[in-house]
Ligand binder design. Sequence first.
Ligand code: SF4
Ligand code: SF4
Length: 89
Amino acid sequence: MAYLTGLTKGGATWTPTFVEAIDEEKCIGCGRCFKSCARKVLGPLDLEDEESESIRMVMTIVAGDNCIGCAGCGVGCPKKCFSFKPMEV
Ligand code: SF4
Ligand code: SF4
């Protein structure tokens, strides 16, 4: 199986890993990932909990096609919500 690769500024090969999913059960809505993504891939969503009649914010993927596979959003996530995947070619 082959994956899409790119080059660093220094000419080294690297394999981008694109955002695949965010675990909304684990997400605490801190917004760190939102601030770290320069590609505007992520966006907040208000989730309604019918049982407790409360609303909590979670992060979602709103423009996945804009992702460049840097995985930067996952680095600062305190709850390890992100999963990433390289692109098969
Ligand atoms: S991998 Fe990079 S471009 Fe993609 S959502 Fe995360 S921070 Fe944004
Ligand atoms: S950094 Fe993690 S916990 Fe914080 S909003 Fe993003 S996905 Fe949720």
